[in-house]
Design a protein around this ligand. Structure first.
Ligand SMILES: *Cc1c(COP(=O)(O)O)cnc(C)c1O
Length: 428
């Protein structure tokens, strides 16, 4: 599809990036299950390797099925380009990689997916990078945390698991004033509910494993570039603004303009880190994305129904869902994600840790798994699983206190979900 500007979201989620296969006319995007692509001749091969011509060389870098998915996600997010990769965690490393260097830091929200807290607080230290975690509701603290060595600001639009909505406009303003890119993980909201670039995000990362695929089948990630950041405005981002020795002194920003980050992600990121998405995964995710808006509407409706019911249950101490009028984030949610806040929320049990562990064992329709964004409803006790590596203080800051259960509400009949929770709560 060439000119996508006039189409609405529901049309773009089906069509963006795809066209009938030029060789066969196949209407559905074929799975190009190939490792390599035949060069026309030696000059063609040399031009491709020099990045003078865009084309396919080897599937660690690019693959036509994966390219359709990248274009579709970029279009839905309102970005200029995207790179797909092997998982959401790979996307986070690939987003930081061109920005960071030994001694540099990222200022990150305390309210993040548990695995991200671990990746940022432990593993990135091996690269000489570090993260400073701050409460993103305390804007002065965010400003104060930024120093000479900061190279990025990182948060989730709707933070997993606590039903927290980040004030993206305010955080983007702070990043902008400091000359830094804002990276927003939009996994739990999806571009149907929230478009971070419209609120000032520079880059948007996704775990496509979750709602974009939508049915719990394949792992994947994506990094979308807004194309709006001026990488040459300071000398902070030499990977993008200075000559690259690995490409005969080519300068990414000068050569590729707004697509610099995307080209760097493929030509350096995928080439050398190798966190490539495979075409089968791209196929499943393309299938899923076609129904994204329909699923998200139902996820939101069901989550409101189930959360409202839980709020009145005598064994429930609190429900944390930004989609409820009682949420302290209700006003912010109306501004940042007006169509709804997704299917993810937590609730606290009066019975504490033990009651939570019992509840996840007593449900029948809900699946007890470490995943979210599936058509099926899922439940987990974060403190003993996904957030287990965190200290209790970090667990509470992340919205995963020991007395809290997280649910990812699916697209089943809300009535059946309530009945399942009711019978499980009755067993406590
Ligand atoms: C799952 C998830 C990730 C990590 O993605 P993987 O695909 O599991 O690597 C990152 N951020 C958020 C918000 C997630 O839900």
């Amino acid at each position: 599809m060439s000119d996508t500007a006039q189409y609405g979201f529901d049309t773009l989620q089906v069509h963006a990036g795809a066209r009938p296969d030029p060789a066969t006319g196949a209407r559905q995007t074929p799975i190009y299950q190939t490792t390599a692509y035949v060069f026309r001749d030696a000059d063609h091969a040399a031009a491709l390797f020099n990045l003078q011509e865009v084309g396919y060389i080897y599937s660690r870098l690019t693959n036509p099925t994966v390219a359709v998915l990248a274009e579709r996600i970029a279009t839905l997010e309102g970005g200029v380009g995207a790179v797909c990769c092997s998982s959401g965690h790979a996307a986070q490393i690939m987003a930081l990689f061109p920005l960071m260097a030994p001694g540099r830091n990222v200022v990150a929200s305390t309210r993040l997916y548990g695995g991200t807290v671990t990746q940022f607080s432990q593993t990135i230290k091996r690269f000489g990078w570090s993260a400073k975690f701050v409460d993103f509701d305390d804007l002065d603290a965010v400003r104060a945390a930024i120093d000479e060595d900061t190279r990025a600001v990182f948060c989730e639009a709707v933070a997993n698991p606590g039903g927290y909505v980040t004030d993206l406009d305010a955080i983007a303003g702070i990043a902008d004033a400091a000359g830094l890119p804002l990276i927003v993980d939009n996994t739990s909201a999806t571009p149907y509910l929230c478009r971070p670039i419209e609120h000032g995000a520079t880059l948007v990362v996704h775990s496509t494993t979750k709602y974009l695929t939508g049915n719990g089948t394949v792992m994947g990630g994506a990094i979308v570039d807004s194309g709006k950041f001026d990488w040459s405005a300071s000398d902070k981002f030499p990977s993008l603004s200075a000559p690259e020795p690995a490409y005969h002194g080519l300068t990414f920003h000068e050569t590729f303009g707004p697509l610099a980050f995307t080209f760097h992600g493929i030509a350096i990121g995928l080439r050398d880190l190798g966190m490539t998405m495979n075409p089968q995964a791209a196929h499943y995710t393309l299938m899923g994305i076609e129904t994204l808006s329909l699923r998200m509407q139902r996820h939101c409706e069901n989550a409101v129904t189930v959360a409202s019911w839980l709020e009145t249950h005598p064994k429930v101490a609190a429900v944390t869902y930004a989609g409820l009028p009682s949420s302290p984030y209700a006003d912010r949610a109306a501004r940042i994600c007006p169509k709804g806040t997704g299917g993810l929320f937590t609730f606290a049990l009066k019975g504490g840790y033990d009651a939570c562990v019992k509840l996840v064992g007593a449900v029948e329709l809900f699946s007890h798994v470490a995943n979210l964004g599936d058509t099926r409803s899922l439940i987990i006790h974060s403190a003993s699983t996904t957030h287990r590596q965190l200290t209790e203080e970090q667990q509470i800051a992340a919205g995963a206190a020991p007395n809290v259960v997280r649910v990812s509400i699916g697209i089943e009949d809300a009535r059946d979900l309530i009945a399942d929770l009711e019978q499980a709560l009755a067993q406590l």
